[in-house]
Design a protein around this ligand. Structure first.
Ligand SMILES: *[C@@H]1O[C@H](CO)[C@@H](O)[C@H](O)[C@H]1NC(C)=O
Length: 390
């Protein structure tokens, strides 16, 4: 993490930034942001079928990994080369079981030797060696989970539903939010083979339905040596902080639940159908998106802001602000922390919101663009992901 001083010394560049977008209709888009105020679609490429659901970027190698959430027909994991202008060229594609969502790179010498993807419908984690073989890659593992009886939300918790894969700050462990089973699954990584070995999982509160997670630790605060995991609960519409511990004997990472806070101001009940989605941590701030809370009008859901105590890692709710999007499935803060790109799934737009690097507060909408076919309320269509191409 660069120091504040080095950030202040960075020249303010007037050059355009690019963003990459996936759309469930089967298209990837390149967007160009000029002067932080003008956002336009400057490229598009068809994925040739499927439902692209998530984007993972290797920003050094300029490789984009695209998962496919379709659970019918031919489903695939694809690699695209990213050119300087953000345009995309497919390099490799491997057939997959389908239903892949969130993915992450891990292992190898540089943390990018392998890719793991979450399978929601299949209740599994699947992993592949990189680079993908141009024809078909064989998965290293296909770890499927079971549970003996449905959870407290039987409509969503009939079976394990793995929603994410992400690594811890030491890169020795991979974690997964299991929305169906109400656990954070933990795996130790063999960096050479990419093999994942299951560790004891950490239980959330019943009915939380954990989705994604983001870490905060010594890299974010010079005043603390604690590491905290923040997970967002899609069913509970809340964020949970966990104490992260590494046993001295080199055993498994463990999580101890500290605190859970709702993603809406206290006293405000999430409207029926609300589903918290994405969580991000930057410096001493946590952000989580609300989908379908309609806090800023019929077509404007919200982003919750929490502040982290830099000495203890404790956190408190601050406020919600407009996401300038309907059903904001994804959002990402840019490298210098001044802008947030929000992807509205149902509204199928990307909004650029200003962010104050000192206070963490999100402000007004600086730019906006409609991308592809708008989604229908509560349908698995519309815009699936947006990331900065940095
Ligand atoms: C960030 O917020 C602080 C405190 O309100 C304010 O003084 C500063 O001008 C803000 N920075 C920007 C870039 O708006």
């Amino acid at each position: 993490m660069p120091s504040l001083l080095s950030l202040l010394l960075l020249p303010t560049s007037a050059v355009a930034s690019t963003l990459l977008v996936s759309h469930f209709e089967g298209t990837l888009y390149t967007l160009t942001l000029s002067d932080t105020s003008s956002l336009s679609v400057t490229g598009q490429v068809s994925t040739g079928g499927g439902m692209p659901s998530w984007l993972t970027l290797d920003s050094e190698a300029k490789k984009l990994y695209v998962t496919d959430e379709a659970w019918f027909g031919t489903t695939k994991l694809s690699t695209y080369a990213v050119a300087a202008d953000g345009s995309l060229t497919k390099e490799a594609e491997t057939p997959t079981p389908g239903g892949e969502l969130h993915s992450c790179l891990y292992g190898g010498d540089d943390g990018k030797g392998f890719i793991a993807a979450a399978q929601y419908n299949g209740g599994a984690v699947i992993n592949y060696k990189l680079p993908l073989s141009p024809a078909a890659s064989t998965p290293i593992q296909h770890l499927k989970f079971t549970m003996s009886s449905p959870g407290p939300r039987p409509d969503r918790q009939d079976a394990p539903h793995i929603h994410s894969t992400f690594t811890d700050p030491t890169s020795r462990f991979l974690l997964s939010g299991d929305l169906g089973a109400d656990v954070i699954r933990i795996f130790s990584i063999d960096p050479a083979s990419g093999k994942l070995t299951e560790c004891p999982a950490a239980a959330t509160a019943r009915g939380d339905g954990p989705r994604h997670g983001a870490f905060w630790g010594p890299a974010d605060s010079a005043d603390s040596d604690v590491t905290v995991l923040f997970t967002v609960n899609e069913l509970g519409n809340s964020v949970t902080a966990w104490d992260v511990k590494y046993p001295a004997d080199g055993g498994c990472l463990t999580l101890a639940k500290k605190k859970t806070i709702g993603t809406l101001p206290s006293g405000k009940t999430p409207p029926s159908g609300s589903k918290a989605a994405e969580v991000r941590v930057r410096d001493n701030f946590v952000y989580a998106t609300n989908r379908f809370d309609k806090s800023f009008g019929q077509n404007e859901d919200s982003i919750a802001l929490y502040e982290i105590d830099p000495a203890t890692g404790d956190f408190e709710f601050v406020e919600i602000t407009s996401a300038f999007a309907s059903f904001p499935r994804t959002f990402e803060i840019n490298g210098d922390g001044t802008l947030v790109a929000v992807g509205g799934q149902t509204s199928s737009n990307v909004a650029i919101i200003e962010r104050n690097v000192t206070t963490g507060r999100l402000g007004g909408r600086l730019a906006n663009v409609a991308v592809g076919r708008p989604g229908a309320e509560m349908n698995e269509d519309g815009l699936s992901a947006v990331i900065w191409n940095e």
